[in-house]
Design a protein around this ligand. Structure first.
Ligand SMILES: [Zn+2]
Ligand SMILES: [Zn+2]
Length: 354
């Protein structure tokens, strides 16, 4: 008896059971769903993927082909599989996707096709419905430490809030939106969609101006069986502002910035850096701010003292000269008035920024 390996189905020679051709005939190379659905928010155009809303950065057609591509199954023995999807629009909500698969099965070229129906459903996303429903999760209250903050600080805080809101949203916080900005006594209230967003706004304002941040929350009710809290974040702007000329530690100092709770200053006389604690900053005497400096012409001077023509009295006044202030007769210098003296300011962009 001779043993000849043949395909049990077609009788062709085949070393291992069924031949490739018969296996290919029996195999399902491509498995397709009958139908896929994508959900789009008609307000903002974002779409729902696996229970999460995402920004739509692609067309509806691409969304549909991605959804189909994720759901099709390809036979594991098909090598070099290649899938072509073409989306055909039937009407505003109904689409048809032709799926064309090619590859190599054993030694044989193989292909298979299917048609998938796709529906675009429209539903308002959580973000849009919360915005429309006046929902909010956090309030950032920006206040001055003594009285109302200056309007520039509030304008700047609004800008910071807008920028942070955008960046939180960009990083995936879908509820990052500003519901409302209210002018209130002593400052502004930012009414916000997300607590995370509120925290990053508060942090950014503090980084810019210094001051303190205090957070508190309260239970406001239930939503979908979960406790709902509302967060209040109080940002207290510091008494001192960048550019303030102050009297502290027995010297004149210029406020240059804030690092956490510390106020970064430079000595007026030599530009050296110094940090003030919270207490020192509270106790400091504010002489004025660089933004309201006056200008006068130098008449004469030496290493320690400059004679400046006071533009108000037209008298020559002696003022002590910061060592980093270069000035020759005829040059203009900036000064602030304090108790009858002229306090000369060093040039704006130098003087201990390091
Ligand atoms: Zn066969
Ligand atoms: Zn939306």
């Amino acid at each position: 008896m001779t043993l000849v390996s043949v395909c049990p189905k077609c009788g062709e020679p085949s070393p291992l059971g069924l031949c490739d051709r018969c296996r290919l005939e029996m195999a399902t190379l491509l498995e397709c769903p009958d139908h896929v659905e994508v959900t789009l928010c008609p307000v903002c155009g974002s779409y729902l993927v696996r229970g999460r809303w995402q920004e739509a950065q692609v067309s509806v057609e691409d969304l549909i082909s991605n959804a189909v591509a994720e759901e099709i199954g390809i036979h594991q023995n098909l090598s070099d599989p290649q899938v072509d999807l073409s989306v055909h629009k039937k009407n505003a909500t109904q689409f048809q996707v032709a799926v064309h698969l090619t590859g190599t099965f054993g030694e044989l070229p193989a292909e298979e096709e299917c048609i998938v129906a796709a529906t675009v459903r429209r539903a308002t996303c959580e973000r849009c419905s919360r915005m429309a429903g006046n929902y909010y999760e956090a309030i950032v209250q920006v206040r001055g430490s003594a009285g109302a903050p200056a309007s520039e600080e509030l304008a700047e805080s609004r800008k910071i809030a807008n920028a942070q809101t955008e960046s939180c949203f960009g990083r995936g916080d879908r509820l990052s939106f500003i519901q409302e900005t209210k002018d209130v006594k002593g400052g502004i209230d930012l009414v916000l969609g997300s607590t995370q967003q509120g925290r990053s706004i508060a942090r950014a304002i503090q980084e810019r101006f210094g001051g303190s941040v205090q957070e508190s929350y309260k239970l406001v009710g239930m939503r979908d069986g979960k406790n709902v809290y509302r967060t209040s974040i109080l940002v207290r702007l510091p008494r001192l502002k960048s550019g303030d000329l102050i009297r502290a530690k027995g010297s004149y100092l210029e406020v240059r910035g804030f690092e956490g709770k510390r106020t970064r200053c430079t000595f007026l006389r030599d530009g050296a850096s110094v940090y003030l604690s919270e207490e020192d900053a509270e106790d400091a005497l504010v002489v004025g701010n660089r933004s309201s400096a006056e200008r006068g012409v130098v008449v004469a001077g030496d290493r320690d003292v400059l004679e400046v023509l006071d533009p108000e009295s037209y008298r020559t006044v002696s003022a002590s000269r910061p060592s980093i202030l270069e000035a020759n007769p005829g040059d203009e210098v900036e000064f602030l008035r304090f108790r009858g003296d002229l306090i000369l300011l060093p040039p704006r962009d130098e003087g201990g920024s390091c």
